[in-house]
Design a protein around this ligand. Structure first.
Ligand SMILES: Nc1ncnc2c1ncn2[C@@H]1O[C@H](COP(=O)(O)OP(=O)(O)OP(=O)(O)O)[C@@H](O)[C@H]1O
Length: 459
């Protein structure tokens, strides 16, 4: 991430300010802040994005829109420094006023981040002009934002070598098969080879790359590269050594901390919720995931989760409450009923799907279960929501709780954090999206649940 710091002199010349020096100080100040810590973290992440983009500046003309960046960075730095001091009472009094200042500085930084596709477009156009004076005049396509480039472009030959001719299958999804690979520099990767000829495959490929490419978050899987050659479509992402939450909960893996520990389960939920919160509130541009499922929550070496599966995602249109989707995905029990009936998606649709994952984590059941139906005397499918929600709403969580983490009956005191998770899930499952909590409320409740679990040491 900080590789670009070597270009500091160039960036300073182009922006008229030692932007990377200021960014370095901002990172330092964010690390030692004592007040508004989450706001500080969010601000630092945005500034990290700037640090990644600034070294790509080449052209003084193109860098002109960044005039004023220095002032904004200084403002950000001053704000972070002001979060270092103060006693508890002082902090209490100033915290909410500070939160407003954070929003303000974040907005300003966002406006610079949004300029980068345009800046790189200007830069490329000017370079092309230089190369060929007979280049075609700028036409209607100049109004289209250029897509941010994925990190690396691979050939199919390189992908075949990296996967040892597609030898190890990590998993299968609707859109393709995922293989284990190793890049020339030794990095382990996951290589998703999209099923050729599948309807909408090209759209899903383009969407996943365009949306995932600029995303940087501890709980979102990182895009490393792509390949589009001879009808093949391949997406390369970081390798998550412990597979998906779905496989741990629903039986295709040996016992693990996910099966055995409520603490790990709630930590995984919290990480996934933070990823969705990043998409809904902090990503530039904002994103609706559109397919939050336990198969798309992947687990790394330390069981820390990352959200994946961005093939159905979309950028959130500014200023609209809901937006139409081309196809309502067949979501196997995760589908928001409001989205299914209106064909319009909103952030609350992700909140609904995440709540289904919360039920999976609490009950250990998949999103669709089979139950015995007395009338037809057969096993029939039923959504997990219909199966588990009545017990939760009746205050009988124990009736549906997964026994694997704690085979013995639990006391009310032990149950309290899980009851909080269950009640949160129940509120997220309201039919009307507007009645559901926001993702930030969900994050706050899961944080509280985790804190309660950590206080009950032997839990
Ligand atoms: N980065 C990764 N590291 C390890 N395993 C992965 C990774 N990505 C995917 N997998 C495995 O492959 C499975 C299928 O991946 P995924 O669900 O993303 O496929 P998909 O075709 O995009 O999904 P969908 O069915 O939603 O179209 C996952 O459930 C997981 O087991």
């Amino acid at each position: 991430m900080w590789g670009g710091l070597a270009n500091a002199a160039t960036v300073a010349q182009l922006t008229g300010v030692d932007a990377l020096g200021l960014i370095s100080k901002i990172r330092q100040a964010a690390r030692t802040a004592r007040q508004n810590r989450r706001d500080c973290e969010h601000l630092a992440r945005r500034v990290d994005m700037l640090a990644e983009l600034l070294p790509s500046l080449r052209d003084p003309e193109a860098a002109r829109p960044l005039a004023g960046l220095g002032d904004t960075l200084s403002e950000a730095h001053d704000l972070l420094v002001s979060c270092q001091a103060g006693g508890r009472v002082y902090q209490f009094v100033t915290a909410s006023r500070k939160a407003e200042r954070f929003r303000d500085v974040e907005r300003k930084i966002d406006s610079y981040l949004l300029l980068f596709p345009v800046i790189s477009h200007i830069g490329i156009t000017r370079r092309l002009d230089g190369i060929s004076s007979s280049a075609p005049p700028l036409g209607s396509n100049t109004s289209r934002m250029p897509e941010p480039a994925a990190d690396e472009e691979f050939t199919m030959a390189e992908i075949t070598v990296a996967t040892n001719n597609f030898a190890v299958v990590l998993g299968d999804g609707d859109s393709g098969t995922v293989y284990k690979g190793k890049l020339h520099d030794g990095r382990d990767v996951a290589v998703k080879r999209l099923r050729p000829g599948r309807r909408g495959a090209d759209d899903a490929f383009g969407t996943e790359l365009a949306i995932l490419s600029p995303l940087r978050h501890d709980h979102i899987v990182r895009l490393l590269g792509r390949c589009a050659e001879d009808g093949e479509r391949v997406v390369v992402t970081q390798y998550m050594s412990n597979g998906s939450l779905h496989d741990h909960l629903h039986g295709r893996r040996p016992p693990s901390p996910v099966t055995a520990s409520w603490k790990t389960r709630v930590q995984v939920l919290l990480g996934a919720a933070r990823a969705v919160e990043h998409l809904h509130r902090h990503a530039v541009p904002l994103v609706i995931h559109g397919s939050v499922t336990s198969s798309h929550i992947l687990l790394g070496d330390t069981w820390s989760p990352r959200l994946s599966g961005f093939g159905a995602s979309l950028w959130r249109a500014a200023g609209v409450e809901s937006q139409p989707v081309a196809v309502v995905a067949d979501a196997y029990g995760y589908g928001d009923p409001e989205l299914c009936s209106t064909g319009r998606i909103k952030p609350a649709s992700d909140v609904y799907s995440l709540a289904v994952v919360m039920l999976e984590v609490l009950t250990g059941n998949p999103p669709v279960v089979t139950v015995w139906e007395e009338g037809s005397r057969t096993m029939v499918p039923m959504t997990l929501v219909s199966f588990a929600l009545p017990s939760i709403q009746a205050g009988r969580l124990v009736d549906v709780l997964d026994r694997r983490p704690a085979p013995e009956p639990m006391t009310t005191w032990q149950l309290e954090p899980l009851q909080l998770v269950a009640n949160t899930a129940a509120r997220c499952l309201w039919l009307h999206g507007d009645n559901r909590p926001t993702i930030s409320d969900v994050v706050a409740n899961l944080e509280q649940a985790l804190e309660l679990i950590c206080r009950r040491v032997h839990f």
